[in-house]
Design a protein around this ligand. Structure first.
Ligand code: SF4
Length: 600
């Protein structure tokens, strides 16, 4: 066992049913650390270029990091080739599953192959087995978790699972844990569905692996908890503790960075009807936290009356902004209902909200008719029509079958200039922020339109695996949450990473992701600069309220993108130079990239 690391991976092949282990490569861990970057390396090494994301050869790599399972670090990642984009895919989730996996004695699980019938994987310490999930197929994610826990007769078992969206191979299907933690983006649930893998159930009793410097580790962890209880910290954490990310609905409008009507405006007169303060007073029933996190930014809300009465969920900002601001459903009960529908049926709420908003605009413009939409009157703000369309997407019914393939699948079929207002990049819809705020980020992201998962900083947090929302917890004396987690990483592993080593790790991860995408033909659009783009609508001028006059002009974007390429060591077409690849220890990618014509 190596400090902080469990020291081995579980290697499961669903085609032949074999279950083995392989050791964590500690030389590699010194370079790639864990989580996302290490998982991406495994994806590169263990798969062949050009594989079908829905084929048995694709991998689902469920990974932890060296500090995951401690205070504010209960996060893990899933890495795979995305069926939504044909590029690298990954998504992270908090909750309680990461600690169980690590406490069971594994740094991660690599699942390959395809089971003949629905199954789930059960891991308890050294025991790992494939069990039938025939009776679970068709169940929602919450029903699946409950049924598995009852079958195993162990309430401490933690489950990650897919719902009907994953079973129907919706390309935006996600993986859900405890009913609301989502591995949201890029279609991990679709990959599980393609493998007939309904769920992974985890239980670990071995505890956290050894600590290199227990005294320092406990000092840091204890100080964090003490700091979280201090008056100063109570105040600064107040918003997260009482409203969570839902506070952003109103503040986003106030700052003009909201995403109303398919990104038409950044502010709206009715913005206070949804999100934080009103949800707090009207619908919040219970607070929750990820394993060992003293912040507790998760706030469960229930619809108390009306036709959605009894629906409950834990809506987050990016997902509910896309489901409601985008479609002008400025109704709290509708917000909770739509979020719950997506989480329970295992569909990426953030992604599908963007698809629905695009469909509403296409309907308004006459590009899609009521007949095309199976009779749905998909006008702005029509929550019933939105819910019915999402249901159709989940079940691939009628027009839902078309839309379930995501932007990349349906835009060429619909045509008529509809790509100009499709707020996506590389097939992935934008998150909950206007492009003027995050500049070139959506366009250059390795996974497509996400604002902050593909920066060097996010590769660091997703490789060590800590929660950036818990970053405010750092004890006094630290400049930032990141600095605190760096100190914890060194105390836990016994390594002596300096700030520049973490910077190198971040750029190594982002560049490896880009190299993987180029190896895969950049989703069919080469060179990368042809795909690292924005739709026409992203450059329009906003006209209302706090967003009035805000604009991200195309010339500004092109200048920002050129600066980004240059800063990362990529050429003007967005391809990493060979010198850059060597600088970050990624020489092993050069031969494959030459074959892919990267520098031709
Ligand atoms: S801050 Fe929120 S999301 Fe992050 S670990 Fe704590 S409870 Fe989970």
């Amino acid at each position: 066992m190596v400090n902080g690391y469990a020291g081995k991976y579980l290697d499961v092949n669903l085609t032949d049913g074999s279950i083995k282990t392989f050791p964590t490569d500690m030389d590699l861990a010194r370079k790639m650390v864990g989580g996302l970057t290490y998982g991406l390396y495994l994806l590169w090494k263990r798969t062949k270029p050009g594989m079908n994301p829905l084929g048995p050869e694709n991998l689902l790599i469920v990974n932890t990091g060296p500090i995951s399972g401690l205070v504010g670090t209960s996060r893990g990642t899933a890495v795979f080739k995305s069926p939504l984009t044909g590029l690298m895919g990954h998504a992270e989730s908090g909750g309680h599953w990461t600690s169980e996996l690590k406490f069971a004695g594994y740094d991660g699980i690599v699942v390959s192959g395809r089971a003949e019938e629905p199954i789930y994987l059960y891991v308890k310490d050294d025991q790992a087995e494939i069990r039938s999930a025939k009776d679970l197929w068709g169940k929602t994610t919450s029903q699946t978790e409950q049924a598995i826990v009852e079958e195993l007769k162990d309430p401490f078992t933690q489950v990650i699972s897919i719902g009907p969206a994953g079973e129907h191979l919706c390309r935006e299907a996600c993986i859900i844990h405890t009913g609301w933690h989502a591995f949201a983006r890029t279609g991990g649930g679709c990959v599980m569905g393609s493998k007939n893998l309904k769920a992974i159930a985890l239980r670990g009793t071995k505890g956290f692996p050894s600590l290199a410097d227990p005294e320092k580790s406990y000092e840091l962890l204890d100080n964090t908890i003490a700091y979280a209880q201090s008056d100063a910290m109570r105040q600064s954490l107040w918003r997260n503790r009482t409203q969570g990310s839902q506070a952003s609905h109103v503040s986003a409008g106030d700052e003009g960075r909201g995403i109303f009507k398919n990104f038409e405006e950044g502010d709206h007169p009715m913005v206070s009807q949804v999100g934080g303060p009103r949800q707090l007073a009207r619908n919040r029933v219970m607070d929750a936290a990820c394993y060992l996190c003293p912040v507790g930014c998760l706030h469960l809300s229930v619809v108390r009356s009306g036709r959605f009465a009894g629906t409950w969920g834990q809506p987050d900002w990016d997902s509910s902004a896309n489901l409601t601001q985008q479609t002008l459903v400025l109704d709290l009960d509708g917000l909770i209902y739509l979020n719950a529908l997506c989480d329970d049926y295992g569909l990426d709420a953030e992604g599908v909200g963007g698809v629905v908003a695009w469909t509403m605009e296409a309907y308004e413009k006459g590009i899609l008719t009521k007949e095309d939409l199976d009779g749905l009157d998909l006008t702005w703000g029509n929550v019933d029509a939105e819910a019915k369309l999402i249901w159709k997407i989940i079940h691939r019914e009628g027009v839902g079958n078309l839309l379930a393939d995501g932007f990349k699948g349906f835009l060429p079929k619909v045509g008529k200039g509809s790509e100009k207002f499709a707020m996506e990049s590389k097939g992935v819809g934008f998150g909950g922020y206007q492009p003027w705020l995050f500049k070139e980020s959506y366009a250059v992201s390795n996974i497509g339109g996400h604002h902050n998962t593909e920066t060097p900083g996010s590769y660091v947090s997703n490789s060590l695996l800590y929660c950036v929302f818990a970053g405010g917890l750092m004890p006094q004396g630290f400049r930032s949450g990141a600095d605190y987690y760096y100190a914890l990483f060194n105390a836990v592993t016994g390594w002596d990473f300096r700030r520049e080593d973490f910077d190198t790790l971040g750029t190594t991860g982002v560049t490896l992701g880009r190299a993987y995408n180029i190896r895969e033909g950049y989703g069919g659009v080469m060179p990368p600069s042809e795909a690292d783009t924005y739709p026409e609508k992203a450059h329009h001028r906003l006209t209302y309220g706090a967003s009035k006059g805000k604009e991200y002009k195309k010339e500004e974007f092109l200048a920002d993108r050129a600066k980004y390429y240059n800063g990362m060591g990529y050429d003007e077409r967005g391809v990493p130079t060979k010198e850059t690849l060597k600088k970050y220890g990624l020489e092993f990618t050069i031969k494959e990239l030459e074959k892919a014509g990267a520098w031709d």
